[in-house]
Design a protein around this ligand. Sequence first.
Ligand code: ZN
Ligand code: ZN
Length: 304
Amino acid sequence: MALTPELFDGGIWRIPLPMPFGPPFINVYLLPCPGGWMLIDTGLDNRNSADALAEAMAGFGVEPSQLRHIVLTHLHADHCARASHLRDLSGATVWMHPADAAFLLQLKSTTAPYDALDEAMRTAGTPDDTRIQVRASYEKLIQLFPMLSPDALLEDGVILESWIGPLQVLWTPGHSPGHCCLYAPERKVLFAGDHVIDDITPHIGWLPGQDTLGQYLGTLDRLDQLDVELILSSHGQPFTGLREWTRRVRDHHAGRTAELLQHQQDGVIMADDLVRRLWPRELRPLDYQLALTEVLAHLEHARR
Ligand SMILES: [Zn+2]
Ligand SMILES: [Zn+2]
């Protein structure tokens, strides 16, 4: 598939960068800001992705040294892995929400997140061989994440000036603890990260003892209050119809919770069995992890 940059509103470049796994590409966005350019997310730290970004920027006549702000919607590797490198080239300010900065540090410097997942799998009744494979795949995935600390905190309510007017930072936890969207009220544009994606129900992250699904659903209520005409997501195509989308996703989660509770009433109690009911096929370790954490997030939400 040819990945071609696309211009919106006369000044926002959408640059799709290739991904070797998961969604076929990640969109990063480049737009003018006072004194230079702002980049929203960076792509993975590999040759193909780095070359595609460098080529696109050269095509628009933007030098890496002109980057002033690198805004990271969240800590996942496809969003932030090149941030340090680009900061070294430009001296740009790297922005990230404190909750994701803290979680990233924990992922890179302790075994606590892997131990928590391991413990959850034991409680869920995950067979030992699957559990060991899932933990190993999680540890391998996190190797793609950078050791990175932000220069500035992307907290809710912060305003970043840009060519399309002020960008309001909205803290939208759920997919990750510190996920943020950026809203440009003057142009009715929402940079939605992985929080809102056309034709996809974003994955809800799981953290022990936290109602991450409840947090996610709470942010949808907040998004419904905004006047949005264009949604620029990190994966897939730009689209419109935010309220229609939030309604669909709410319905999906309500249906999923009801389905899980029905299975439990039928006597399926262990989370591993619930995963196999909902996804009755062979799951690769990462898919199993995503499925189980989704089930755990739903059960925690239903429990409350
Ligand atoms: Zn993500
Ligand atoms: Zn992503």
